[in-house]
Design a protein around this ligand. Structure first.
Ligand SMILES: [Zn+2]
Ligand SMILES: [Zn+2]
Length: 325
């Protein structure tokens, strides 16, 4: 999302800048299909991460050292700084217990003439830049070719249709945001329907939660738990590429798996557990006398995917990784 801290006038101008596109592109590349891992099958540690953040390098309200302190001080292990079309030198901020990953949010034209894509790119080289005319496929190819990672940001806020999003599979987009805290100010923070539609079409796409922080109003609202053996750039990038993570605003998953055709979940105390799968299949459990900490769902039909959402008493949600039959 694009946000200005100075005035609504500037906000409207910057929104306009990133919402107008031109030509559409066809899917031409062929990225091999891979099935994301189940992070609950893996050894290692859980690292708390925000992969979408802005600073005064673009339209954020604080400089990079301050942004780093805001996340480090709140117990995060990983932050990616993703200013609009600009990179930051992250090397001075990396320590044994905190990983700052380079990034950029880039805005190529989309098939929708009124909205450019918002791609959050991780692990990009310092100084990376694109011309305004550089298309989505070429930008993604460049980032992936340099060892980076591409996230389709806030598709609901952008207003993209599934037909506009699905071609990004062939371009090699790695993940999407199922939750973007800053977009809640437009009521468009949750993109779970887009996620379900893409999963049902066969795109085994992992999803993250992010702050997309521009100012204090969206600090520490949505984050991603990454399962990795070590807090190193190589280990975290490998974990991201394998899909070893899940999204949360607070509740925690202890375990999610498919065992003998039954989907089982264990979690921190919540008031609602929901299973989502190929339409119209799914199930909801509501707490009665005591909070829920486990549930199971046995599909009656042949499904391709299932995922779980848990909601705590404060209305905070976590989204499990999608699992595949
Ligand atoms: Zn954006
Ligand atoms: Zn953003």
């Amino acid at each position: 999302m694009r946000f200005s801290v100075r005035s609504m006038t500037v906000l409207f101008l910057t929104c306009l800048l990133y919402t107008t596109g031109c030509a559409s592109e066809d899917a031409t590349s062929n990225v091999p299909e891979s099935t994301p891992v189940n992070p609950f099958d893996l050894p290692g540690n859980w690292y708390k991460a925000n992969f979408h953040a802005h600073t005064t390098t673009s339209d954020g309200d604080v400089d990079l050292p301050t942004r780093v302190e805001q996340y480090k001080g709140a117990g995060y292990s990983i932050l990616t700084v993703t200013d609009h079309e600009k990179t930051n030198d992250v090397t001075p901020f990396n320590t044994n217990d905190f990983l700052l990953i380079s990034g950029m949010e880039t805005h190529p034209a989309s098939p929708n003439p009124d909205m450019r894509f918002h791609f959050v790119c991780l692990n990009v080289p310092l100084g990376l830049s694109f011309t305004k005319e550089t298309g989505a496929e070429e930008r993604i190819k460049t980032v992936l070719g340099k060892g980076g990672y591409v996230i389709a940001a806030h598709p609901y806020w952008c207003g993209f249709t599934i037909e506009e999003l699905y071609p990004l599979k062939a371009y090699g987009v790695n993940a999407m945001e199922v939750y973007n805290a800053t977009c809640r100010f437009c009521g468009r923070d949750v993109s779970s329907v887009h996620w379900d539609e893409l999963l049902a079409k066969g795109w085994r796409l992992p999803a993250l939660a992010v702050d997309d922080v521009h100012n204090d109003s969206s600090l520490h609202v949505g984050w991603t738990w990454v399962r990795a053996e070590a807090l190193t750039l190589d280990a975290i990038m490998a974990a991201l590429k394998s899909g070893a993570f899940y999204a949360s605003m607070g509740p925690e998953f202890k375990d999610v798996r498919i065992q003998d055709g039954v989907v089982k979940v264990e979690c921190s105390p919540v008031v609602k557990i929901q299973f989502f799968a190929n339409a119209p299949n799914g199930m909801q459990m509501l707490a009665k006398d005591a909070p829920l900490t486990m549930a199971s769902f046995e599909p009656k039909k042949k499904l391709t995917y299932v995922r779980v959402e848990i909601t705590d008493a404060n209305g905070k949600v976590a989204w499990s990784p999608a699992l595949y039959f």
